[in-house]
Design a protein. Structure first.
Length: 287
């Protein structure tokens, strides 16, 4: 990371500030049209208005590729697979194609209109759609990796840890990657946006949490926190790391991204700072 960027992130601090972080990283990202990449936008995968996804593929045909499905954040009440028609989160899809994947960028329903477990149910529909449709686009349905950030990581964790939501046997995942998520709703206070999604009844929070069953899933897991995440996210990272290390399946691939903040960990993907993507590539290669 260039020193200038490191200082700017330190100045922003341990807060979630998309506009200021966007201003740092947007100039470093590619702009459309993307050479060598074919894009299908707003493909429907379910009945809800927000059940849409974008698919990024190489223009030149190649052997079947693993698939990376990305699930954006947005505090459960907002967010989009493409932020203001800017470079985010196309940047993650471009990295995916360059790294040998087919990239799939997913939108999902948000609160207060959609309550738990709508996010996990939407991901089940997206995974089922990809499983059935990705081969004709050059993807390998046997190698699907589901990656979520922030609220998106929570939806990924809910999908992985609650088999009743799986539209296909075993969740049909080669691995799950969770960046700065919440896994135990009882461990840290919930803010208003979280209560809008999970509800205001604390007696349900243990049932809605993913922590315990993440510790026993057979789906390979990677968990990430950013050094400058708000403190609650680091506590959640420690909890899920400990939970997975208690099980015979082995510890999750755990990584704390140095110098980065909650938003820069994903806004920096597809720049010269490859520390996170190197870890993701290592996780995929080892599974």
């Amino acid at each position: 990371m260039p020193e200038e960027i490191a200082w700017k992130l330190l100045e922003i601090g341990r807060v979630i500030d998309p506009p200021k972080t966007d201003a740092i990283y947007a100039p470093l990202q590619e702009k459309e049209p993307y050479p060598g990449v074919k894009v299908e936008r707003d493909v429907k995968y379910g009945a809800a208005d927000r059940n849409r996804l974008d698919i990024f593929m190489p223009e030149t045909a190649s052997s079947p590729r693993p698939v990376l499905i990305f699930v954006h954040g947005g505090a459960f009440v907002t967010g989009d697979k493409r932020v203001r028609d800017g470079p985010f989160y196309d940047n993650i899809m471009l990295w995916a194609v360059k790294s040998g994947f087919i990239g799939v960028n997913v939108d999902y329903q948000v609160a207060p209109q959609a309550k738990w477990p709508a996010g996990a149910e939407d991901l089940a529909a997206a995974v089922a759609w990809v499983t059935g449709q990705i081969a004709k686009r050059g993807g390998d349905a046997a190698r699907i990796y589901l990656m979520g950030h922030s609220a998106g990581a929570v939806h990924v964790a809910s999908y992985v840890s609650h088999p009743e939501f799986h539209a296909v046997k075993g969740g049909d995942l080669a691995g799950a990657i969770m960046l700065s998520g919440i896994y135990d709703l009882t461990a840290t206070p919930l803010a208003d946006p979280e209560r809008a999604y999970f509800g205001a009844d604390p007696s349900r929070y243990a049932e809605q949490s993913s922590l315990q069953r993440l510790g026993t899933t057979k789906i390979p897991l990677m968990i990430v926190a950013a050094e400058l995440d708000p403190p609650g996210f680091m506590k959640q990272f420690d909890l899920v790391k400990a939970a997975t290390c208690k099980d015979a399946n082995g510890c999750a691939h755990a990584f704390v991204l140095p110098q980065h903040s909650h938003m820069s960990e994903v806004y920096s993907i597809n720049t010269a700072d490859t520390r996170l993507t190197d870890e993701i590539s290592d996780f995929v290669t080892r599974k």
